[in-house]
Design a protein around this ligand. Structure first.
Ligand SMILES: [Zn+2]
Length: 401
């Protein structure tokens, strides 16, 4: 399903009027207040200083999310009276390295209006969010902006952020081919090519989890994707199969309910074992800092559905240059794909355990072609459903205007 742009009647992607260097220092949400009229529910965040924000929606269940970069929450949302509103539940927590996230679970679609208010009287900087039930009239919506406050400024369209993860690294070589070639090197080469390809395209920005031969724990890779506020996470691999004749590319997404095939289960086990390299045992679950706070309890079904769509697009594209090992996107419990809100896929670009595959995977020209095809799949996915507020969304709107 479409992430971040489900409710096209929500005005999203706004930010404060630019204030030079205003965002260098972090802000704090000191309190939250609510008020309501017949079909409008107003949420006011009192800030210690001006801050940026971004809103988007998720579905299944329907949620409205407010991200506040460089902002901490010094207030409690659990005491708010939400009776009679479209909000079933609201929670807040830290998000990324320095930001916060507020998530509202909705009982019905809403239209959102947001306002940025500067200090006035006894009040300081405020962010105001008005939720109108879908039935509310245009007149009432217009009425929201009647205060003498600065109007929200539409943010310049942003780049899509793709986090590219080269599998394994450092003390974890990944799979080793019969001729002694390391998966970690192939993965890094293709990841580098993919990042370069992404950065060449207007509207995209790539971030690499690792740029050299170092060990990065799986959970850390997920955290890095969050720190970059990724729109998408792609982990690049070239693995082994018990059957040395097995060859071709496969794409994997997370499963919340068990593996779709024995192969998928086997792959997930192999990849999840990466964290066990050189240690006696290192549990994958447990002490996550950022991630656990907010949304792990919420359904991941939307994100998994997006991951499957993305995976399908990448798999079709890869099919033009490589044999496809499995025609469907496979699902299993890959630890590295466990971002609750970032569509994530793991691409097995081929089998290092197969002589023909491994020869091709070591060829720089093939590495480039594979990276290009992965990008085509990504671009195809986002061109069809560009998230609100992105350059791609603007392009699409311009093309259909
Ligand atoms: Zn691998």
């Amino acid at each position: 399903m479409n992430r971040r742009h489900l409710l096209n009647f929500i005005l999203a992607g706004m930010m404060l009027p630019a204030v030079p260097n205003a965002f260098a220092v972090s802000s704090e949400v000191r309190s939250v207040r609510t008020s309501r009229s017949s079909d409008r529910f107003r949420l006011v965040l009192d800030l210690s200083r001006p801050g940026q924000y971004r809103t988007f929606t998720l579905d299944s269940p329907q949620r409205l999310v407010i991200d506040l970069p460089n902002t901490t929450l010094a207030t409690d949302f659990s005491k708010l009276d939400l009776s009679g509103t479209s909000i079933k539940a609201i929670r807040g927590g830290s998000h990324g390295a320095t930001g916060s996230r507020i998530v509202m679970e909705l009982s019905q679609p809403v239209k959102l209006d947001s306002l940025v208010l500067g200090p006035s009287g006894t009040f300081g900087d405020r962010l105001v969010f008005d939720l109108h039930s879908k039935m509310s009239t245009a007149r009432e919506v217009a009425h929201v902006a009647s205060s003498p406050a600065p109007k929200p400024v539409k943010s310049p369209s942003r780049d899509l952020v793709i986090v590219v993860d080269a599998g394994h690294g450092g003390k974890d070589p990944g799979c080793i081919s019969a001729k002694g070639a390391y998966e970690k090197k192939v993965a890094l080469a293709i990841a580098h090519n993919l990042a370069k390809r992404i950065n060449k395209e207007k509207g995209y920005k790539a971030r690499l989890v690792r740029t050299e031969d170092i060990f990065v724990p799986l959970r850390k890779r997920v955290d890095i994707a969050h720190q970059y506020d990724a729109d998408m996470f792609i982990s690049v691999h070239a693995d082994a199969a018990p059957n040395r004749r097995a060859r071709g590319a496969s794409v994997f997404a997370l499963s919340s309910s068990g593996a779709t095939s024995a192969m998928a289960r086997w792959m997930a086990k192999r990849e999840n074992d990466a964290d066990l390299v050189g240690t006696n045992s290192l549990p994958l679950q447990g002490k996550d800092s950022d991630l656990a706070n907010v949304i792990l309890d919420m359904s991941m079904s939307t994100t998994i559905a997006s991951s499957l769509d993305l995976g399908h697009s990448v798999l079709s594209s890869l099919g033009t240059v490589a044999k496809i090992h499995q025609k469907q996107v496979q699902q299993a419990g890959f630890a590295v794909l466990k971002s609750p809100d970032i569509p994530s896929i793991l691409v097995e670009t081929g089998f290092m355990s197969n002589a023909q595959d491994s020869k091709r995977l070591l060829n720089p020209r093939h590495q480039q072609v594979v990276a290009d095809r992965i990008f085509d799949g990504v671009h195809n996915y986002f061109s069809q459903r560009p998230p609100v507020g992105t350059y791609l969304a603007d392009q699409k709107a311009a093309a259909t205007a």
